[in-house]
Design a protein around this ligand. Structure first.
Ligand SMILES: [Fe+2]
Ligand SMILES: [Fe+2]
Length: 300
């Protein structure tokens, strides 16, 4: 998925957004015991992690450098103010999916499936495993927040593993050294384990780096059950759900919901295939599913 007309834009180093997804999948390969994803990287050595980092494409490294440098507490507050009043436009879920698909890069049609294909593959796998309808719907919509790219946001403010701002950066976040260029790193008050937050305050009170997860959560939260809200909001929060970090902020509800986030992560990461789903054949089923949970138009 290339940003049209911006292939060499220094703010958008990724050739397409999937380069980030592919990197995450390499870092978190499917564990043999898929029942417990949390902590599955704990038997990896520091060197193995550094290997992922040194072997990463330069575009991926450049992407993380920008992400870690730019995601400050001020930046996140500014983006939340800018987007979370949801006054940008009104779109149905299906319209948003089609809008997102306008980002498709067809330079390599054999390997590069559309965003809608990733969403439908995810939701179809969830469906074929017999999960509830809200879970299937969460699969369908989880990446629609990437329309932020079409609203002019750079890649580093749309995708990437998310992490809390306003407190110390965990060294389990990929490319931790890049935080040296983040201005918050020089602010001692923001670099304690709790930072601006209180112990056990709950993740809802913690501001994560800005991206597509937080955005789609706000667009859809009034219509989805709590489990789905957690899946949508935290699906890129790898430092929490795969590394076990930031437990100083979690409350009982967060700890109870973690299993759903992990259950979802399995589908997000490991169901990619190169076979494109038949969008038109699937559309009636999904139009019904969307209508069951959402009004005709959502505010974005
Ligand atoms: Fe995502
Ligand atoms: Fe995804």
């Amino acid at each position: 998925m290339t940003i049209p007309g911006k292939p060499t834009d220094p703010q958008n180093p990724l050739g397409d957004l999937e380069e980030w997804d592919d990197f995450v999948k390499e870092r978190y390969p499917k564990p043999a015991d898929a029942e417990s994803l949390v902590g599955t990287n704990q038997d990896k050595t520091e060197e193995q992690f550094r290997d992922y980092e040194t072997e990463a494409r330069s575009s991926v490294r450049d992407f993380y450098r920008l992400n870690h440098q730019g995601q400050t507490l001020d930046f996140v507050r500014q983006k939340r103010d800018e987007y979370l009043n949801l006054e940008r436009r009104e779109m149905s879920v299906w319209e948003a999916a089609e809008f997102l698909n306008t980002l498709v890069d067809d330079s390599d049609p054999d390997t590069d499936l559309s965003q809608l294909a990733h969403l439908l593959q995810t939701s179809e796998q969830i469906r074929s495993d017999g999960h509830p309808r809200w879970f299937i719907l969460a699969g369908l919509i989880h990446d629609l927040g990437k329309v932020l790219c079409l609203f002019g946001e750079p890649q580093w403010a749309v995708v990437g593993d998310t992490f809390p701002v306003g407190c110390a950066f965990s060294d389990k976040i990929v490319f931790p050294n890049y935080f040296d260029d983040n201005p918050d790193k020089q602010d001692a008050g923001l670099q304690t384990p709790l930072g601006i937050y209180e112990e056990g305050c709950g993740l809802d009170k913690v501001m994560l780096s800005w991206g597509h997860d937080e955005y789609i959560y706000h667009v859809t939260k009034d219509h989805m059950p709590l489990e789905a809200q957690y899946m949508l909001r935290y699906h890129s929060f790898y430092p929490w759900h795969r590394e076990g970090e930031y437990s100083q902020f979690t409350n009982e509800q967060d700890r109870g919901m973690l299993k759903w986030v992990l259950e979802f992560n399995r589908y997000d990461l490991y169901t990619k295939s190169h076979k494109a789903p038949d969008v038109e054949a699937l559309r009636p089923y999904y139009e019904d599913l969307i209508a069951e949970f959402f009004p005709a138009k959502l505010r974005w």
